[in-house]
Write a protein that binds this ligand. Structure first.
Ligand SMILES: [Zn+2]
Length: 365
């Protein structure tokens, strides 16, 4: 037996008052994060030492903080503390950034304490301070799952969602794994990935069409007068397209991961931090947005459930630059080189070569 986590996401339909309180809580979590960060920075510049402040210290000065779920504030504090500790471990990282109103994610997280978060009558979710909020529960959470926490979020088009994190004991599946059923995946920006058989996982056409439509509407938005009536209307249109695209992508990822986890016993991928990769490759938004990180997370739990293995290999392994036949490392290889000829005489196709190397290294590990 081992402990596992699972997330369940549902649409929320709050009343006007609940909506106001949710917005207020989201704002308060951001406020306390920024306020505590400002004081930490000030304290550090004056003394050079760590300041361990808590949300409770701010409640007499900012009375309205008492009206919102205190666990939302505690979670904001915890997130800040993690980022702050990183700074003390390595000063080069710099202080955590302030959360700007327009750029930061509109959400807050709260925890379940003896049933403060619960599903009622299969159509409401009980939440601290909010009481029962209407919810579309399209997937049952099994009785064996314990609710740990919930994140309430608001999208750009004004919809509300809840993501419930559960914990459960899982019987360890002992599967007879076959090393011949091993697949390597090499992340690749335009086509998602190339596998060790040379097959590309390409986004379906409808997804690409939606992407083009979104880009067009976004261009329109950028030419409108900021905050004008038309601008605000267009902004919601863009947000809706965004959400539609994200849903389509998630459906596609679910289908893809079902197929992969059924067909393969081992799947090997690189352990890449998507953010640092986007920055280092200067590919900009598309890398962060195309969902490869989410794909890996979903694939991981599906493989786990079947007793199979997702193997993550060291991100520093030069999978593209290493010849899979002789092991020679071509350090001259650049991103634009799609094929190269190795010293051993083999012609190397960059992507397949990388995927096969990832598979071999993963299997050896
Ligand atoms: Zn070679």
């Amino acid at each position: 037996m081992s402990k596992q986590n699972r997330a369940y996401k549902f649409r929320l339909y709050p009343t006007k008052e609940q909506e106001e309180l949710i917005n207020k809580t989201i704002g308060s979590a951001r406020f306390i994060y920024n306020q505590m960060l400002a004081d930490k920075i000030k304290h550090y510049s004056e003394t050079g030492s760590k300041l361990n402040n808590t949300p409770a210290q701010y409640k007499s000065q900012y009375e309205w903080l008492k009206e919102v779920d205190s666990l939302a504030l505690a979670n904001a504090q915890m997130n800040l503390q993690t980022a702050y500790n990183n700074f003390f471990r390595d000063k080069k990282i710099g202080f955590p950034k302030f959360k700007a109103k327009r750029k930061s994610k509109l959400s807050y997280t709260t925890n379940n304490q003896n049933g403060t978060i619960d599903i009622v009558d299969s159509k409401y979710i009980k939440l601290p301070k909010l009481k029962e909020v209407r919810c579309k529960i399209h997937r049952q959470i099994p009785d064996t799952h314990i609710i740990k926490s919930a994140t309430i979020s608001k999208t750009g088009s004004g919809k509300y969602f809840i993501s419930i994190l559960t914990e459960y004991e899982k019987e360890d599946v002992i599967a007879n794994l076959d090393k011949n059923k091993a697949l390597g995946l090499d992340y690749s920006s335009p086509s998602f990935y190339v596998d060790s058989q040379g097959i590309e996982a390409d986004y379906p056409r409808f997804y690409r069409n939606a992407q083009t439509a979104l880009a067009k509407e976004q261009r329109k938005l950028s030419h409108m007068q900021y905050k004008s009536k038309n601008y605000l209307k267009q902004k919601i249109k863009v947000a809706k397209l965004h959400e539609h695209l994200a849903n389509q992508r998630l459906d596609w990822i679910h289908k893809l991961t079902n197929e992969l986890s059924n067909q393969w016993d081992y799947i090997c991928v690189e352990d890449i931090n998507m953010k640092s990769m986007a920055q280092s490759l200067k590919l900009g938004k598309s890398t962060n947005d195309n969902g490869f990180g989410m794909f890996r997370t979903i694939l991981q739990y599906k493989m786990n459930d079947l007793g199979k293995q997702l193997v993550k290999i060291d991100k520093w392994f030069p999978s593209s630059k290493t010849c899979r036949y002789c092991g020679y490392v071509n350090s001259e290889l650049t991103l634009s080189d799609r094929t190269w000829i190795c010293e051993c005489g083999e012609i190397i196709d960059r992507d397949i070569n990388a995927a096969i190397n990832i598979r071999n290294v993963g299997l050896a590990a």
